[in-house]
Design a protein around this ligand. Sequence first.
Ligand SMILES: *Cc1c(COP(=O)(O)O)cnc(C)c1O
Length: 451
Amino acid sequence: MTNKEKEAFITLDPEEIPTSWYNIQADLPEPLPPPLDPSTMKPINPTLLERIFAKELILQEISSEPSIKIPDEVLDAYLRLPRPTPLYRAKRLENYLKTPAQIYFKCENFSPTGSHKTNTAIAQAYYNKKQGITRLATETGAGQWGTALSLACAIFGLKCRIYMVRTSYQQKPGRRIIAQTYGAEMFPSPSDQTNFGKKLLKENPNHPGTLGIAITEAIEDTVTHEDTRYSLGSVLNHVLLHQTVIGLEAKKQFEQIDTYPDVLCGCIGGGSNFAGFCYPFMKDKLKGKTEAEFVGCESKAVPHTTKGTYTYDFGDTGKMTPLLKMLTIGHEYACPPVHAGGLRYHGMAPSISYLIHKGYMRSVAYSQTEVFAAAQILAKSEGWITAPETAHSLKFVVDEALRCKKTGEKKIIAMNYSGHGLLDLASYEQFLTNKLVDYAPEKIVIPTFSR
Ligand SMILES: *Cc1c(COP(=O)(O)O)cnc(C)c1O
């Protein structure tokens, strides 16, 4: 074995951490369709958003600068997550599958909260703090985003208010307890803290809640508290921007071993971990410098990109957000209770929706039983317990590696390992005891807005 072949973890030194984020908006063939004000159906005036988001984040949202400098305070917090994260060659998985393909994972599972979400949480808390904001409000489904933002608020000394989807609040206390330990105030959504929540509770005191409802509550909380701004964990351009630190590191790591991936993949909930990992490579595809394939992996129960429509839709159930042009299954879609809580959102990031629509990438959908079967293969071969969300892209990797076994192709497959599943063991138990339910999509109602 050469030294290169021996390397299990390809690492970067702290001084090699990227110092700017990559903004894909600079390299798209045309500008993204603008967010619309639902009352006028005209492009929204960005200053109207200043009551909701920190100013710097709004500028990033609409920026077409190719790179945006990472502030020193954010870099310092990144180094302590720690970043740069390693790139892992999953040799034992390759051997288990007897594939000629090479499999690489970018390890976002090592952060204190166990997922990639800290990369944007830290940046968002920093810009709000810099502007003099003292409190952030947000929503969380399974709790990955809630833990990340509450950690970031603890680091920068901000108050944090979180509306957590009621079923998760009750059934998955682990991440709620972590966020509370970081000092966040948590309420089950629908809650008695907002008018929208009170209205829903009056109709049904046991309302299970959805992510779309929790978003509405967090925005209502924001606009009724002067010291507060809202923070979102995925979907928006500035969130995807912050996550590109992942792919910029990965690119340097692949350069170190003189390799360029043939296939890149990631699971897609709102799109931030996929974009963060893939966009620095997608830049090469947009410029015609690579033929690499890009694959987003979603849940069959929430088939927003495989069964959705590319159209304008609201980001939340209560219709408080601007309209975004995206692949959507409708803001009223009742996402079934699959274990991959982070994939339960009706829409997809506008830039990913655009790239799928234009054929620069594709997407696939899996049901949860086949996803957990892939996760068990990884557990047996490498020892890693994978987040249910992440396991959706693992399923693609396993299938692709087995396809390569048949054709003899020595493809380089790269995946963003977005998080570990050590707080998701109840879902593993359901899999192991054959109790997992595979959901077919419910009726999909696509809203139509005329411009
Ligand atoms: C939230 C989450 C996702 C999905 O969200 P994206 O915005 O699509 O990244 C995927 N994996 C993990 C571990 C998550 O916590």
